[in-house]
Design a protein around this ligand. Structure first.
Ligand code: C2E
Ligand code: MG
Ligand code: MG
Ligand code: MG
Length: 293
């Protein structure tokens, strides 16, 4: 990318070349500065986990929470993952950061379990990059041991790109994770390029329909068809299906009609700081109480 920009710059002549070079140098500088700050932030543990509830479509029962990392930066305040995960991936810092997220998520769920909160699981996001940098199975095993969290309470969110990128080693790798007793989920399902045949080979428990389909589910026929197809196919393969990004009751009604199993999204709750989750759980209608529609 940088190379082709340079090439174009050269073609455009000397002045433009200087402009592009400066621009590229500046971009590289910003990236390096970000990497340095990120490295320091990891050392000083300037990250926090937010937790977004996951809810049953049929009866509103809370089935778990997804852990979503934020950077609590002294200057900028809370910074979202989309702004720093890509840099963490490119620089390899995703390995120590991901490890912190994993341990912290297990620790926090154990705290809640000991307080008697009805939370059947915590989901943790894994970048494909993490699998290249570290022995994820060993790290997950350690995190479970350290926290005392039973494995069935931990869900790992992976992406289609991991299934594709790892090639032949992917089935064995996922099998070794699965053998720990954790649950495996494919995040953002439907937007990546993955062969459907792969789903048969991998010990997957759940698919998460990408939020882009849910966003357009009321208005866009093809978005709705894709959601419908993912639910039907998932169920045929004995997988649970969760829809991401549900923001209103009309979207939820459609998902109910499609017999989608679970959802998360602003309609139930935005991601919450850990201290706010018990209050949300107490206020959220229980399955025996009123339904959430
Ligand atoms: P994701 O795992 O697909 O998470 C869903 C994202 O959608 C989250 O953004 C969440 O806050 C947002 N969201 C939830 N409900 C709604 C809704 O109703 N409407 C809309 N428009 N958005 C909603 P967030 O927290 O900014 O995270 C973005 C992405 O960053 C995540 O996408 C995930 O891929 C990545 N990420 C977050 N935490 C981690 C982590 O600990 N490790 C790694 N490797 N990636 C992470
Ligand atoms: Mg996720
Ligand atoms: Mg997602
Ligand atoms: Mg995403």
């Amino acid at each position: 990318n940088a190379d082709s920009a340079m090439y174009r710059a050269k073609e455009l002549g000397r002045n433009t070349f200087h402009f592009y070079t400066e621009e590229l140098t500046r971009a590289a500088g910003r990236r390096l500065a970000m990497e340095t700050r990120l490295r320091r932030a990891i050392e000083h543990r300037e990250f926090v986990l937010y937790f977004q509830p996951q809810v049953s479509v049929a009866d509103g029962r809370t089935i778990g929470v997804e852990a979503l990392v934020r950077w609590n930066d002294k200057e900028k305040g809370l910074v979202g993952p989309d702004e720093f995960i890509p840099v963490a991936e490119e620089s390899g810092l995703i390995a120590p950061l991901g490890l912190w997220v994993l341990k912290e998520a297990c620790r926090q769920l154990q705290v809640w379990r000991h307080r008697g909160l009805a939370l059947p699981q915590v989901a943790v996001n894994f970048s494909s990059q993490q699998f290249l940098l570290q022995d994820v199975t060993a790290r997950v095993s350690e995190a479970l041991e350290l926290s005392g969290l039973p494995p069935e309470f931990l869900e790992l969110e992976i992406t289609e790109s991991l299934l594709m990128r790892q090639g032949d080693s992917a089935p064995a790798m996922l099998r070794s994770l699965k053998d720990l007793g954790v649950r495996l989920v494919i995040d953002d399902f439907g937007i990546g390029y993955s062969s459907l045949a792969y789903l048969r080979e991998f010990p997957i428990d759940r698919l998460k329909i990408d939020q882009s389909f849910v966003r357009d589910i009321e208005t866009d026929h093809s978005a709705r068809e894709i959601a419908s197809t993912v639910v039907a196919m998932g169920h045929n393969l004995s997988l649970e299906v969760l829809a991401e990004g549900v923001e209103n009751v009309r979207q939820l009604e459609i998902l109910k009609m499609l017999e989608c199993d679970a959802y998360q999204g602003f309609f139930a709750s935005a991601p919450l700081p850990a201290e706010d989750l018990p209050g949300w759980l107490a206020a959220w209608p229980s399955p025996s109480g009123r339904s959430n529609t």
